[in-house]
Design a protein around this ligand. Structure first.
Ligand code: SF4
Ligand code: SF4
Length: 166
């Protein structure tokens, strides 16, 4: 993955806080117990979810330079990875912060742009999920641990039971 020169994490630890990390039993919105002022205390053995992740602010030029996640209150990711949507993972302590301008208008524009490529914008606030589409918002409500998000044949993101490998 190509990272943008000059965009370093610095004091930001948002991805170590806003996300649920199943391998660690860490809920969304709680700073990981392994995060310290000197970095990750289990860096060499950190879970795969941590190893593979860089937020979109670090690698997608369309994200404005002043949108570092510890300043915006949300972490962007997904479109550059295997997911077919752009994710906005919001700080649960500030669940409406993503609706502040200029963020909201930008997300709506990205949702309209993404419609051409089948790539909507999906907002995660803890376990609650809201899908932004060109026509508006679809609130999917809470996504339970035994559910996943899938794309329907019509191209909509929706909830479905998690299929276990047994
Ligand atoms: S959210 Fe982005 S900028 Fe912040 S620590 Fe994670 S990767 Fe770095
Ligand atoms: S294990 Fe390390 S990299 Fe992963 S969330 Fe915790 S502090 Fe962050």
């Amino acid at each position: 993955m190509m990272l943008i020169d000059g965009r370093d994490c610095g004091p930001c630890v948002s991805c170590c806080s806003f996300f649920t990390i199943t391998e660690l039993g860490k809920p969304a919105g709680v700073l990981c117990s392994h995060s310290t002022d000197h970095g990750c205390t289990i860096y060499a053995d950190r879970p795969k979810a941590c190893r593979v992740f860089y937020c979109a602010w670090r690698c997608w030029q369309e994200v404005p330079a002043d949108w570092r996640p510890d300043r915006t209150g949300f972490v962007l990711g997904g479109r550059l990875a295997e997911q077919s949507f752009l994710s906005v993972t919001v700080d649960p302590a500030s669940p409406e912060g993503w609706r502040v301008e200029p963020y909201y208008s930008t997300f709506r524009q990205w949702a309209r742009d993404g419609a051409a490529t089948g790539s909507p914008v999906v907002v995660f606030i803890g376990s609650r999920v809201i899908v932004l589409e060109p026509e508006g918002e679809r609130d999917l409500g809470e996504v339970a641990p035994d559910e996943v998000l899938i794309r329907s044949p019509e191209g909509h993101i929706r909830k479905a039971p998690r299929v276990r490998p047994y």
